[in-house]
Design a protein around this ligand. Structure first.
Ligand code: PEP
Ligand code: MG
Length: 578
């Protein structure tokens, strides 16, 4: 058994597919050649095989994830036919009498260095493609083992050293039974997405430098406990098959609640909205009865593409989401890159503390044209339903005012062009930086609503990096300091008479239900996968009893005692699922 961290709940059983490492070492032996014709023949054979391989992968991707994502491989095919790249390789073989693999390696290095030096994001992106194609060619020349993608008829457990949110965005949840990564914590964005898609995930494997798993191994992953079993015994298989089937049954039982209102036994109504980052997740949220979207993480619209999306492209996506929400409100959060979210075509400078660095609203206020383009697209979509705008990572009044200034400019441009938008669009902010909590009363005077982002708030208040698995045991959302911060924020919002919601992962934790009731927070936004479980908890809770429990938690001094109290309340008062 290998111990890791729970990334997303649930048990998965299946064959492993290990995402290959994509770097090849050249053997040490001398690589000069005498027979040029033979070397060219090896090169051409390598190119033919690479081309066939890319075409097959493209086809497989197309069937599994659709044509949009598979088009990246067209760019790869074009590089294999690129005369400049090819003549560089041929030149090295011909003039320097070097072996084909050495020539390919040198050509990759040459172009990658050259493109990296250019101050052009598009060319930097091309450098990555060249590296990818060059490595494929090298693999064939070196006779390195075949990498085959799992077939689309065979679901698999994806095993990777590290998985970026953009890689995860490409996966088809129907074929990925589970995910195991060496690196990453519970609130990494990959884990959040895995939870949204209902894919069990274990990350941050203890003491593992290399992946302890090979493609084809049978795996059991227990996303609830963060454990992985490689080639388990028959007894273990039986045990976990039983657990998995039971979990499946629970899910089916909960599904019945999708159409039911979220209301406590004594009549307190909660609005349960969804956090989404893609239209794929929106569909999942709607199936699980979401009342609108409380957090649309728009950064995923900016990922997996060669350039920033145009206003038109963004508008189409926002409009689609707003229309599908059918009159329920959609809170669109402006770009929140930095931290663990990167764009290939806009590399951010390396930082010692990326979560404390160039991130979110700080980038938007630095790159105002980019920000204005996004606001314009959101404004245009606002005529199709009930749209709200939310700024991330706010820590001062100045940031809100500066952001609103850009918004006013976007509005003015639309007015001049005669394009309609919602002139009364609501503006809100994420409360996720401790400074914002402390001055919540001042911030409340500037905005229409608050949404508490507990994921960042917890990491900033406790000084515990949400990505660092070594200190994951110190990441305590139920820490007394967090409970106090939640109360300060809720009180400030109530006093100012503005709306307040919670959209961090804590909103989807059923143990926290008494806290929201006690604080008078009636809007929650969560991963689509948590909606029905939290609703089930609410339906089985008496608000008055829950408030008393939450109140008693405020006088406790240890996170563990608070958690135990909240868990005890669930045990005692609520009907359990079978
Ligand atoms: C949060 O910080 O709680 C939040 C919802 O934002 P994100 O997880 O996207 O940083
Ligand atoms: Mg955040």
């Amino acid at each position: 058994m290998i111990q890791g961290i729970s990334g997303a709940a649930g048990v998965a059983i299946g064959k492993a597919f290990v995402l290959p490492s994509w770097e090849w070492d050249l053997p040490d032996q001398k690589m000069d050649v005498v027979d040029l014709a033979k070397e060219f023949e090896r090169l051409y054979e390598g190119i033919r095989t690479s081309r066939n391989e890319i075409e097959t992968i493209k086809q497989e991707f197309n069937e599994v994830v659709g044509p949009e994502e598979s088009s990246i491989f067209d760019a790869h095919l074009a590089i294999l036919e690129d005369p400049v790249f090819m003549s560089e390789i041929q030149g090295i073989i011909e003039r320097q009498y070097k072996a084909a693999e050495v020539a390919v390696k040198e050509a990759i290095d040459h172009f990658v260095t050259m493109f990296d030096l250019l101050d052009d994001e598009y060319m930097k992106e091309r450098a990555l493609d060249i590296k990818d194609v060059g490595n494929r060619l090298l693999k064939h020349l070196l006779g390195a083992p075949e990498i085959t993608l799992p077939s689309d008829t065979q679901p698999y457990i994806l095993v990777a050293k590290e998985l970026s949110p953009s890689q995860l965005a490409h996966l088809n949840p129907n074929y990925v039974l589970g995910i195991v990564t060496l690196i990453g914590g519970k609130t990494s964005h990959s884990a959040i997405m895995a939870r949204a898609l209902g894919i069990p995930m274990v990350s941050g494997l203890e003491n593992s430098v290399n992946l302890p798993v090979q493609t084809g191994d049978t795996l059991i992953i227990n996303g609830d406990e963060g454990t992985v079993y490689v080639n388990p015994s028959e007894k273990m298989m039986e045990k976990y098959t039983r657990i998995r089937n039971q979990q499946q049954r629970k899910k089916e039982q909960l599904q019945v609640l999708a159409e039911v209102d979220a209301v406590t036994k004594d009549g307190t109504i909660m609005n349960l909205a969804a956090n989404i980052s893609s239209t794929k997740e929106l569909e999942m949220a709607l199936r699980h009865g979401a009342k609108g979207v409380g957090l649309f993480r728009t950064e995923f619209l900016y990922m997996d593409r060669p350039t920033f999306p145009t206003i038109e492209e963004q508008y189409e996506v926002y409009r689609h989401v707003v229309e599908r929400a059918g009159g329920q409100s959609v809170v669109i959060r402006t770009l929140d890159i930095g931290g663990d979210k990167q764009l290939d075509y806009f590399p951010l400078a390396e930082e010692d503390n990326p979560f404390l660095g160039y991130r979110a609203i700080r980038i938007s206020l630095d790159l105002k044209d980019l920000f204005k383009a996004q606001l314009t697209a959101i404004l245009r979509a606002s005529v199709h339903g009930k749209v709200k705008i939310m700024y991330p990572m706010i820590s001062s009044i100045d940031e809100i005012r500066e952001a609103n200034q850009v918004l006013r400019e976007a509005m003015k441009d639309l007015d001049q062009q005669g394009i309609a938008y919602d002139k009364d669009i609501q503006i809100g902010i994420m409360i996720e930086v401790p400074a914002a909590v402390v001055i919540a009363d001042l911030l409340a005077a500037e905005v229409d609503f608050f949404s508490i982002g507990t994921n960042d708030l917890v990491q900033y208040v406790l000084a515990v990096d949400r990505m660092n698995e070594q200190i994951a045991h110190l990441y305590h959302p139920f820490h007394p300091s967090i409970l106090r911060m939640l109360k300060m924020t809720a009180d400030a919002a109530h006093t100012a008479g503005i709306d307040i919601s919670v959209c961090g992962e804590l909103a989807g934790d059923e143990r926290a239900v008494p806290i929201w009731l006690e604080l008078g927070i009636h809007n929650l936004s969560m991963s689509p996968q948590s909606l029905l479980r939290v609703k089930h908890r609410l339906l089985n809770t008496c608000a008055e009893d829950a408030k008393a429990v939450a109140k008693s938690c405020t006088s406790m001094s240890k996170s563990h005692d608070i958690e135990a109290k909240l868990e005890e309340f669930i045990e005692e008062n609520a009907e359990r699922l079978n």
